[in-house]
Design a binder for this molecule. Structure first.
Ligand SMILES: *[C@@H]1O[C@H](CO)[C@@H](O)[C@H](O)[C@H]1NC(C)=O
Ligand SMILES: [Ca+2]
Length: 216
């Protein structure tokens, strides 16, 4: 079933107004003209009524498809303009000395970057759109490794985690999770808060990772 084009109703209403105006201005010498116009007017009235009726039927049958179908009609499935999700990891192990204190962690491999918000050169995620986002990160200490890491959103600490692996051949990982409302253009990254010590693992066994996605 196809919907009645509302423009055609408007066109008929315009014509209807014009016909009404014309019939008011013609004098009695044009009785036959007026009669023709009245006939035409009557025909158009019926047509408008029919269109209104089928428009009503059309709208109620669209509603009966339910919420999911109505959403699909408004938002095509291939519309991904609002989708944001990224996931990145560090490609190899490193030392505390190479990271240092107060430095941004760069996850050099982008696994997923829908919306292109994550930059694998700087390590910063820049929110492509406003919304409520989930962020998660994992840190892994290798031999004698210890570090504290914070999640920074617009310069403010929004999460923190710590690993400490004192013993050789020991391995200690930590995963943290934060949900935060962000505005478009907000900057989100992971940073070391201390100098740390020892080694950090990021390989086939366990790795440093940073992910985020827009919930709604
Ligand atoms: C880093 O990001 C660039 C630009 O998005 C991409 O082309 C490249 O494949 C990424 N590199 C890795 C190792 O993920
Ligand atoms: Ca320690």
């Amino acid at each position: 079933m196809s919907c009645v084009d509302t423009m055609s109703i408007f066109n008929i209403i315009l014509l209807f107004s014009w016909v009404t105006a014309q019939s008011n201005t013609y004098d009695l010498d044009f009785t036959s003209v007026v009669k023709n116009l009245q006939d035409e007017l009557h025909r158009l009235k019926i047509q408008v009524e029919n269109l209104e009726e089928s428009h009503k039927t059309c709208v109620s049958s669209l509603k009966s498809f339910g919420l999911v179908h109505r959403k699909r009609l408004l938002l095509p499935e291939n519309d991904q303009s609002n989708h944001v999700a990224f996931s990145a990891h560090i490609s190899s192990g490193f030392t505390a000395a190479s990271l240092g204190k107060g430095h941004e962690v760069v996850y050099d491999v982008s696994d997923t970057n829908i919306g292109n918000g994550y930059d694998n050169v700087t390590g910063t995620f820049r929110a492509p759109s406003a919304g409520v986002y989930a962020f998660t990160w994992t840190i892994c200490a290798d031999n004698h490794g210890e570090i504290e890491i914070e999640l920074v959103i617009n310069g403010r600490r929004r999460g923190v985690s710590h690993v400490d692996s004192e013993i050789t051949n020991d391995l200690d990982c930590s995963t943290a999770f934060v949900i935060e409302k962000v505005s478009v253009g907000d900057l989100v990254f992971i940073r070391s808060t201390v100098a740390g010590e020892g080694l950090f693992m990021s390989d086939g066994r366990a790795r440093w990772a940073f992910s985020g996605w827009k919930l709604f």
